[in-house]
Design a protein around this ligand. Structure first.
Ligand code: SF4
Length: 359
């Protein structure tokens, strides 16, 4: 629930609205998971509130630890599904990568989550609770570390689950809760053009990352079938119209796949395509996993690609893989425990898959 919804609930139960706010602060500010933790609310009022709301949506089922300090957290939902979230320490900063769906419908060919298919959307509480459970874990294991940044880049396409993602953003940015600033939150999309247009009109506006991965429709059609619905021209048109605030840029993600999109000609086309956009490009060398028939380009090819982009004036950053030894790096989230899959994946071998249904 957002704060407004909690206050409305209290009113609907015949209680003063501030009782809703008190309970909300316990859950979203202090991470309470039981009503009897709420020591400033009497037992009778707590019992009334419990008639209309549940708290504590996720159970931390497993923590896998990478040698680089990254932690992959597997949660189970009340109805027994697994989702994953990743904590990435980087100096003073700690970024949490959170999931927005159980699986994903978008079917990017290089992504392990895609092979799970879509089971269901996460509700706003399940999205936010990943942060609260991770915060509790850090408090127990590394009390000096705080979650400073959030990226909606885990399992799922956030804009496919638009309403719950927006509600979770309102909850997580509230100063009465964990109060993570909008500028420290990034929502990533594969390019759902109508939802991008809608996002541009919201009062809460996180940073935007767009998974681009190709400089032409032929390659993007092949590796991201969503491109058949909203091609590069439509996507870039929507981004050109997106009301970016002062000094903000769109981040384009570019997963570099050997022999697919990593040539110097690809780099030159990319620089030409993005000329005039307020943007930067994150180059992500492919993180191999058994479900995708791609390979990572050689270090020389990666450097040459980045240098060519830079030479042509395109700001690029090379993302070093984090947590790849525990399958926690970009594109690797598929509910594995010690390398073993917890649910079978959809096995598909198609040269050119149809566009997924992600309206
Ligand atoms: S990359 Fe993102 S949008 Fe594409 S299939 Fe994977 S989780 Fe879904």
């Amino acid at each position: 629930m957002t704060l407004d919804q909690a206050q409305d609930l209290a009113a609907a139960l015949g209680l003063p609205r501030f009782r809703g706010e008190q309970a909300w602060r316990w859950v979203h500010g202090k991470g309470a998971i039981a009503w009897d933790e709420m020591t400033n609310i009497g037992p009778e009022v707590r019992a009334r509130l419990a008639e209309g709301a549940q708290i504590g949506t996720l159970t931390l089922a497993e923590v896998q630890r990478s040698k680089d300090g990254t932690k992959k957290l597997r949660f189970t939902t009340r109805d027994g599904y697994s989702i994953e979230s990743v904590l990435i320490p980087d100096g003073e900063k700690t970024t949490q990568c959170i999931s927005s769906q159980v699986g994903c419908a978008v079917d990017c060919q290089f992504c392990a989550t895609a092979k799970l298919g879509l089971t269901r959307n996460l509700d706003a509480g399940e999205i936010a609770d990943q942060v609260y459970r991770a915060r509790a874990l850090l408090a127990a294991e590394e009390p000096d570390r705080r979650i400073t940044n959030l990226v909606y880049m885990g399992m799922g396409e956030p804009l496919h689950n638009y309403d719950n993602v927006m509600r979770s953003l309102r909850i997580l940015t509230s100063d009465l809760g964990v109060g993570i600033g909008q500028r420290r939150i990034t929502v990533s999309t594969a390019g759902l053009v109508p939802r991008l247009e809608k996002l541009g009109n919201e009062d809460v506006r996180p940073n935007l990352a767009v998974s681009l991965n190709a400089s032409n429709d032929r390659v993007r059609d092949e590796i991201m079938p969503i491109n058949k619905k909203w091609n590069i021209a439509k996507l870039l048109g929507a981004l050109r119209a997106y009301p970016l605030e002062h000094r903000r840029r769109v981040t384009f993600e570019y997963v570099l796949l050997a022999g697919v999109n990593d040539s110097l000609a690809d780099a030159a086309d990319l620089a030409k395509l993005l000329r005039g956009h307020r943007c930067k490009v994150n180059i992500i060398p492919f993180n191999p996993h058994p479900e995708a028939g791609y390979t990572r380009p050689s270090p020389e090819a990666i450097t040459a690609f980045q240098n060519e982009c830079k030479r042509l004036g395109l700001p690029t950053y090379l993302r070093t893989p984090r947590g790849d030894d525990i399958d926690a790096a970009c594109g690797q989230l598929a509910n594995r425990s010690n390398g073993e899959l917890l649910v079978p994946l959809r096995v598909k071998k198609r040269a050119s898959p149809p566009a997924p249904n992600v309206d």
